[in-house]
Design a protein around this ligand. Structure first.
Ligand code: FMN
Length: 186
């Protein structure tokens, strides 16, 4: 699978079934994020790979009500960073940008391996950080949920989420998101 194919195949599916995630896969994720670009090569990201059942169960208690589907994840990855660990140039803070690039590497690699890698923002950050024993000054930006796509649609999903399993949510038009020569001009 080439990069374009992985980007096109990637979906944030919510019907997951358990799968054994090997140590080799986790090592591959780690080695790829190590290669991601960052401002001044600051590498501001930290990733916590969570497989321990008791920790996973505690993390599940921090999820927003709409994220019950996450409880079928086989591996969760906590993605952390903080502003001071990366470039701050005037009003531009690069820690989220750079950590996002590294996170995309994990998501695309998981897709290449035939896995689902679904990032979420719907969780209680303070509670989840306490469970992960993360430093207070760090942001827990996302939890990536890794699993195998189930052929059966998860019955706990809302109607719109069920529809999303079969059809990618709509995208803005190319003219809305990209311009030629000057902002706002197509
Ligand atoms: C930063 C971020 C936060 C997200 N948070 C959630 C979430 O809390 N719950 C959820 O079900 N999906 C979440 N998603 C998934 C998006 O809803 C999904 O990517 C979007 O609807 C587009 O669908 P697609 O990824 O399948 O193309 C999140 C995605 C990102 C990148």
């Amino acid at each position: 699978m080439n990069v374009k194919e992985a980007i096109e195949k990637r979906r944030a599916y919510r019907s997951l079934e358990p799968i054994q995630i090997s140590e080799d896969i986790i090592t591959s994720f780690k080695e790829l994020v190590q290669l991601a670009p960052s401002c001044m090569n600051n590498q501001p990201w930290k990733f916590v790979f969570i497989q321990d059942k008791s920790i996973l169960n505690q993390i599940f208690t921090t999820l927003s009500p709409g994220n019950k589907w996450v409880e079928n994840a086989s591996l969760m990855i906590g993605v952390l960073s903080k502003p001071e660990d990366d470039c701050i140039i005037g009003k531009r803070y690069y820690y989220l940008f750079d950590t996002g690039i590294a996170t995309a590497y994990i998501i695309l690699r998981a897709t290449e391996l035939g896995l689902v890698a679904h990032p979420i923002a719907g969780f209680n950050e303070e509670k989840a950080k306490n469970i992960l024993k993360a430093p207070k000054d760090m942001r827990l930006i996302t939890l990536i949920n890794i699993g195998k796509k189930s052929i059966n649609i998860n019955p706990i999903l809302s109607e719109s989420m069920k529809m999303g399993e079969n059809k990618r949510p709509p995208r803005k038009s190319l003219d809305e998101i990209s311009f030629r020569n000057q902002y706002g001009k197509n």
